[in-house]
Ligand binder design. Structure first.
Ligand SMILES: Cc1cc2nc3c(=O)[nH]c(=O)nc-3n(C[C@H](O)[C@H](O)[C@H](O)COP(=O)(O)OP(=O)(O)OC[C@H]3O[C@@H](n4cnc5c(N)ncnc54)[C@H](O)[C@@H]3O)c2cc1C
Length: 545
């Protein structure tokens, strides 16, 4: 019986590491240190001063010892193979949480840090089913782990009523399982990252087209589990729009959902599992709509005198259906800060007002027509063209901003994002009230702040608002942000927004779920959970109030 699964405080990982570094975003080689000019600007504008205590290295981190008994570890090793299980610190630490600002601040602590008690890497659905059966029987909580990019506490090692918690890392489910070129459908393993999936599809002449800012590291299963939305959502829709079918392993059995391109066979059960955040089952494969790799991409950036004018233009474009693939608008503060940080955006100068970006893709004829129609609407609604370059520059750097957050945290700044969505008619009110709530809460804690906002996703009836908050760290920055986040969440609900448009619920948004779906809605979710996960082992403390 294989029972030599790695255990103990050893500092050498025995399992393949998640692709991201344990205490920061992404690949350390791509870090973006701040220039002296930017540091001086932060000190002058926001009173940001360097923190004195250096963060611990991985070797210095004190991790809560694993509570998983040796016989449980041996039983897991018997299911997936000893080489795919570890209770070693070096394997547990990189799966200790996600990549929100509080997560990154926690990783900097010299106090004992929490982490899952063991990590398991299953390779098949049968192994997942066996792990879930074992954990149900032995009362061990399970946190499915995709790319590790959650920003809502979705990966926190919450034990609930259980004595131990496992991280179930799904990276080995990494195959393109089927491509139906005639129908334009691909079945992808849940553990494929965004780039891995696109590479496999590109080799066959297809593209999925889902590009969230976390694209480089997040996974197909994670996108489905969180109802992710990518930056090309104006053209390709949200991830949930792309899903045609999915397979889910639950402790009560396997579900294979989604027949035909559409169905009237009762409520759409796929929608129960899309967005279920690992609380109802483990998504193992997703069947997705794909399209031939676009031949052409065209770009144009725009300037608007103010946010309201720009928002009205985006609404007109979306409601008239002129077909951009990317359509987004920064407010005055975000445009100004980007300008100050980069001195100029690409080749086109933006001196004031609000920057909008449009991108088009398809055949040469399609992009030409979509571009021309969109242009007409933007011009008719007060836009001034800035040409191609600022839009190309946005695309070039679109996955890099999270690296800047690490440097900002290093130098004593507080930096975090949050998002919501509402109807077009309510957009201004929601934006104003969330901005005021954030500023007031941070001010009460002694920090001046900059609250930037952009429209990140558009629909015929409304849009999402994505806020980036920048201030100085004061006192305990985790508590400082918790107060600001609570104020923003209350303001979102009071002003008629949704508590999350695409970041999902996790632990962080769970307190607002009764307001979001009502007590009866929460009871429905609990009833579904009782049916598919009777022992309640899957992601306790997340999503379901
Ligand atoms: C810098 C940054 C930028 C981001 N930008 C965007 C963005 O543009 N758009 C967007 O939508 N989101 C964004 N996010 C949020 C995050 O990337 C998404 O929620 C993403 O979909 C999570 O995928 P993942 O594979 O990393 O999942 P993880 O973070 O590993 O897991 C997320 C949740 O899903 C569960 N889960 C993961 N895989 C499975 C599975 N196979 N079966 C069941 N449950 C599972 C986990 O238990 C957890 O609760 C961003 C995050 C960061 C840090």
């Amino acid at each position: 019986m294989p029972s030599e699964a790695h255990t103990g405080p050893g500092r050498t990982a025995t399992l393949p590491l998640p692709p991201m570094t344990w205490n920061a975003w992404g690949d350390p080689a791509l870090a973006k240190p701040l220039t002296d000019d930017i540091r001086a600007l932060l000190e002058q504008l926001l009173g940001v001063t360097p923190q004195d205590a250096p963060a611990p290295t991985a070797d210095e981190v004190r991790l809560r010892p694993s509570a998983l008994p040796a016989d449980d570890l041996a039983a897991l090793a018997a299911i997936v193979g000893a080489q795919h299980v570890s209770a070693g610190d070096a394997d547990r630490l990189p799966r200790a949480g996600g990549k929100s600002t509080p997560d990154l601040l926690r990783r900097r602590s010299r106090d004992e840090q929490d982490a899952p008690d063991a990590v398991v890497l299953p390779g098949t659905e049968e192994e997942i089913a066996a792990v879930l059966a074992l954990c149900s029987e032995r009362r061990i909580a399970v946190v499915p782990f995709g790319g590790g990019t959650s920003v809502v506490g979705g990966l926190d090692p919450v034990r609930g009523d259980f004595t131990a918690v496992l991280s179930l890392d799904l990276r080995r489910l990494d195959a393109l399982l089927h491509l139906d070129e005639v129908s334009g459908e691909a079945t992808l393993g849940a553990g494929l990252t965004g780039p891995q999936a696109e590479e496999l599809l590109a080799a066959r002449g297809f593209e999925l087209g889902h590009y969230p800012q976390s694209f480089r590291f997040a996974t197909i299963g994670g996108f489905a589990a969180t109802r992710s939305s990518g930056q090309d959502s104006a053209g390709h829709g949200r991830f949930d729009d792309m899903v045609r079918g999915l397979r889910v392993v639950t402790p009560a059995g396997v579900l294979d959902l989604g027949r035909g391109p559409a169905s009237a066979a009762g409520p759409d059960l796929r929608q129960l599992f899309i967005g279920s955040e690992g609380t109802l089952g483990v998504i193992t494969a997703v069947r997705l709509r794909v399209h031939p790799t676009p031949a052409v991409r065209r770009y144009e950036a725009w300037s608007f005198p103010d946010f309201a004018t720009g928002a009205a233009a985006l609404r007109a474009v979306e409601q008239q259906g002129t077909g951009p693939t990317v359509l987004r608008l920064s407010d005055e503060t975000e445009t100004g800060v980007n300008l100050a940080m980069t001195a100029k955006i690409g080749g086109g100068q933006v001196t004031s007002g609000c920057l909008a970006v449009t991108v088009f893709e398809g055949t040469a004829e399609q992009t030409g027509a979509r571009h021309r129609l969109t242009r007409e609407v933007m011009l008719a609604n007060g836009g001034t063209s800035l040409g191609e370059e600022p839009a190309r520059a946005w695309e070039h750097g679109r996955f890099d901003a999270p690296y800047l957050r690490d440097s900002l945290l290093d130098c004593g700044a507080l930096c975090e994002t949050l998002e919501t969505a509402t109807a077009w008619s309510n957009l201004d009110r929601l934006k104003g009230e969330v901005t005021a709530a954030l500023q007031t809460a941070l001010q009460a804690g002694g920090s001046t702040s900059l609250v930037m906002c952009h429209i990140s996703h558009v629909y015929a009836t409304g849009a999402s608002l994505y806020f980036t908050v920048l201030g100085a760290q004061k006192g305990d920055p985790i508590e400082q942000w918790a107060a600001a986040k609570a104020a923003a969440g209350d303001a979102i609900m009071a002003a008629g927004g949704t508590i999350t448009h695409h970041h999902a619920v996790g632990t962080d948004h769970r307190p607002w779920m009764p307001q979001e779906i009502g007590d009866l809605g929460a009871a429905v979710l609990r009833a579904v959970k009782a049916a598919v996960d009777p022992a309640g082992i899957l992601n306790p403390g997340k999503l379901i109030p």
